[in-house]
Design a protein around this ligand. Structure first.
Ligand code: GMT
Length: 377
């Protein structure tokens, strides 16, 4: 199959899922064309089946805002026509689904009928897309897609609740390549971070408000009063400064390290004992799955799709958003008993295996086939 993939090429969850999916499809013999505004961060290896087409928006003095969507639609028309693609898979509704719709209409004038699959990832539905300024276009372009997938049952429910979508939505969860995430522990790194064998807690995110990263610092303050521990904060974004400020106020700076944006997150997770995800909303929680794949239990909120991943009392614990007290109590419960911690770690890894790439990839392949069969003209 020849598949065009449109996504945000950044480190965000939707870009990671789209890129890893494209790489896996290419390894499985499909020809995959990425159509994005810069090379996807995870598109880090060469394969004869992988192609990358850059969407470059030129600046023109008249434009206060560059018309990215129009340029993307033109690029899609070009790539579909000349590379003879069978299907387009766009990740994150805004503005990819509407650009794909525009391209589809133009291609029809050349007698080319290309089915479009849209994958909804989270904030395109739960935050941005719900905004009245986007809603009519998001609703229309989702309904115009030939196939719609989303990453959790909760996101499916939210889509039907907030948008007038009348089509079926297929839930295909996030996945993990366990071969990449089962690394040997970096003992020298662990020793440097926790010289006295302190336990290591980790938070990875883009530090946007929705991640409630400052709650991580509040939780950690309480935990380190009871359990000798260190905290690693991975990533960067608007709330990082607030987190640093809070560390100074609490006088815990010696125990917290801000590592900034990191590519090899699995190396950091390989030395971790507990992962913290106190998000306000999370359609699936890919970062938590990555932690679990590294045998790290998860303290999270019960928002969005998190209960579909993190199993209460088995792989970690889930609390109400903002209930720092409860999250700290649960973290201490897991960490204070070595045998109990080991059990939670084993459970986390076992759960992650249920989302292995080898199980989820066929679901996408099968769905493409169904969409193609249904749209044959
Ligand atoms: O909103 C983000 O944090 C980024 C966003 C994205 O689309 O890049 O992540 C979302 O998609 C991921 C992959 O499907 C999910 O695992 C994340 O839970 C989801 N984030 C939110 O819902 C906040």
């Amino acid at each position: 199959m020849k598949i065009g993939i449109v996504c945000y090429p950044t480190f965000g969850g939707s870009g990671v899922v789209a890129t890893e999916l494209g790489k896996a499809l290419a390894s499985n013999g499909h020809q995959v064309h990425f159509i994005t505004y810069s090379q996807p961060a995870r598109l880090d290896f060469f394969s004869e089946n992988l192609f990358y087409h850059e969407v470059s928006v030129s600046n023109y003095p008249l434009f206060d805002y560059s018309p990215y969507e129009v340029v993307l639609a033109s690029k899609l028309v070009d790539v579909v026509r000349y590379e003879k693609l069978d299907i387009l898979h766009v990740h994150y509704a805004i503005p990819h689904a509407s650009a794909a719709f525009m391209a589809k209409q133009i291609l029809a004038t050349y007698g080319i009928h290309i089915p479009v699959v849209t994958t909804l990832h989270g904030t395109d539905i739960t935050l941005v897309g719900r905004d009245a300024t986007f809603n009519p276009v998001v609703t229309f372009s989702i309904n115009q897609s030939d196939g719609i997938t989303c990453v959790s049952e909760d996101l499916k429910r939210a889509t039907y609740e907030h948008f007038d979508v009348y089509k079926d939505i297929k839930v295909i969860p996030n996945f993990i390549d366990l071969t990449r995430f089962s690394l040997k522990k970096k003992d020298h790194f662990k020793k440097a971070i926790a010289p006295n064998d302190e336990l290591i807690m980790v938070h990875t995110s883009n530090f946007r408000r929705v991640k409630r990263s400052t709650d991580v610092i509040r939780i950690f303050k309480k935990v380190q009063e009871k359990v000798p521990s260190k905290l690693l904060m991975v990533g960067d974004g608007e709330d990082r400064g607030n987190c640093e400020q809070l560390c100074r106020e609490f006088q815990i700076c010696d125990h917290v390290r801000f590592l900034g944006k990191q590519e090899a997150v699995e190396e950091i997770l390989s030395v971790a004992d507990l992962f913290l995800m106190p998000s306000n909303t999370e359609s699936f929680g890919l970062a938590a799955l990555e932690a679990m794949a590294c045998k790290v239990p998860v303290i999270s909120t019960n928002a969005g799709g998190l209960p579909e991943l993190n199993v209460q009392g088995v792989t970690g614990f889930l609390s109400t958003v903002g209930d720092v007290e409860d999250m700290a109590k649960n973290a201490i419960y897991i960490l204070e008993d070595a045998e109990r911690l080991e059990k939670f770690k084993e459970n986390a890894l076992a759960r992650a295996k249920e989302f292995d790439l080898s199980l989820i990839l066929p679901l996408y392949e099968q769905y493409y086939k169904e969409v193609l069969d249904a749209t044959l003209v």
